[in-house]
Design a protein around this ligand. Structure first.
Ligand code: FAD
Length: 372
């Protein structure tokens, strides 16, 4: 084993959770390796609405958000299948930025701070040795004192597999040009799912929907047929699909999406972001959860590396803080998604948002947190 292949911390997955953790640990002088199966920049299925609670964190990390002239989003529009609509102020709101740009900026920031990357590299399994982990990848074997799993929704090898959720979803994304207002995000309901639209950089909007896999199967997995057969029934969606200029040749898709609380630590491996628990996209907070979990984990690891805590104390602290921050949010997000996706209940949901401000604020509080 070449000593160059030994790290203080190995992070499997260079998405938002893995990249932001890598920057924080490198700033604390740890030798960090990120294993990422793709190479930057690349697109990802996501609504690309980032809740405001991450703004200060990203500035602290070193992203020049203020210079990017990003759309600030503080209005929420909800529509039901038959076209009932409500528009309300959205607090605390958010901003729009594509994953293509965001992850590329974080990648450059991490590299600038001394993080080592092995790109186009798929991790497969890990082994636990005495005081180290050994990770086997398509680019060779790497060793690290600490192993962090930030590979997102889909587990592999002997990494922790979550219990299969009750419902399996498919995500579909487009970048479009459309006159939809810059300061708003809309969630449009359709039979078997919902579709979001909000602005990102470059006079572009992100149009992204989540549909039950069983509903897509009814259309023989043909996305265009599903859109015409179900999404077009909502007049707002029909208007968007008919009038927008579509910038991708074909939609980007992700399948086998489930929403469940997994576990923050298994076998002494630290899980963060979606690999520890996936929140329903309608909460608009999965990305902030990824950042927040990286922030919590980095604080715990740095204390351990500085000799302030032992490994059992590190594991205990991360477990307690992770559950306090995310368990309720993920469960609430799934419940809210359930109500919003039941056509009979969507109207009721919209009425709540319109007339019952305390209840609306309570729903938002269940899936959001303070800025950090
Ligand atoms: C349809 C949809 C819409 C969404 N919309 C929003 C939204 O508008 N706002 C919001 O806040 N959240 C949204 N989310 C949630 C958000 O996308 C996730 O919560 C967020 O991406 C989690 O980041 P992560 O770093 O944990 O995982 P990911 O971003 O999935 O990153 C994981 C990384 O690991 C890499 N990887 C995977 N396997 C391996 C392997 N074996 N070896 C090496 N690398 C590997 C992947 O290539 C990837 O880069 C949405 C999700 C979906 C499905």
């Amino acid at each position: 084993m070449n000593q160059d292949n030994r790290y203080d911390c190995i992070i499997v997955g260079g998405g938002l959770a893995g990249l932001s953790l890598s920057v924080l640990l490198a700033k604390a002088n740890l030798k960090v390796l990120v294993i990422e199966k793709k190479s930057y920049p690349f697109h990802k299925v996501c609504g690309e609405y980032i809740s405001m609670e991450s703004w200060d964190f990203l500035l602290r990390l070193g992203l020049p958000l203020e210079t990017l002239n990003l759309p600030k989003i503080n209005r929420l529009r909800l529509t039901s299948i038959e076209g009932t609509a409500v528009e309300e102020v959205l607090e605390p709101g958010g901003f729009g930025l594509s994953r293509y740009e965001l992850e590329n900026m974080l990648f450059k920031l991490a590299a600038m701070n001394g993080v080592t990357f092995t790109l186009n590299t798929t991790a497969s399994v890990y082994k636990i040795g005495i005081d180290f982990f050994q990770v086997t990848t398509s680019a060779g074997i790497f060793k690290g004192k600490i192993l962090c799993a930030a590979y997102g929704k889909h587990a592999f090898g002997n990494f922790h597999k979550p219990a299969v959720g009750p419902e399996n979803w498919v995500g579909v994304k487009y970048h479009i040009r459309h006159s939809f207002p810059d300061d708003s995000i809309a969630l449009h309901n359709f039979n078997g799912g919902y579709c979001g639209i909000s602005k990102i950089e470059n006079q572009t909007h992100c149009l992204c929907y989540l549909v039950k896999a069983s509903q897509l199967r009814r259309y023989a997995n043909q996305i265009k047929d599903l859109e015409q057969g179900e999404l077009y029934k909502n007049p707002y969606l029909k208007d968007i699909f008919e009038k927008a200029q579509f910038l991708f040749e074909k939609p980007l898709t992700v399948s086998n999406v489930t929403f469940s609380v997994k576990k923050p630590i298994v076998d002494h491996v630290f899980y963060l972001g979606d690999s520890a628990g996936t929140i329903a996209p309608l909460s608009g907070n999965g990305m902030s959860n990824a950042f927040r979990s990286a922030n919590i984990l980095s604080e715990c690891i740095v204390k351990y590396i500085q000799g302030i805590s032992t490994m059992p104390e590190l594991e205990h602290e991360y477990t307690v803080r992770w559950h306090a921050a995310f368990r309720r949010r993920i469960t609430s997000g799934r419940l809210i998604q359930y109500f919003f996706c039941k056509p009979g209940l969507t109207r009721f949901f919209i009425l709540i948002v319109k007339y019952l401000k305390p209840l609306r604020n309570f729903i938002i509080q269940q899936t959001h947190g303070e800025s950090f």
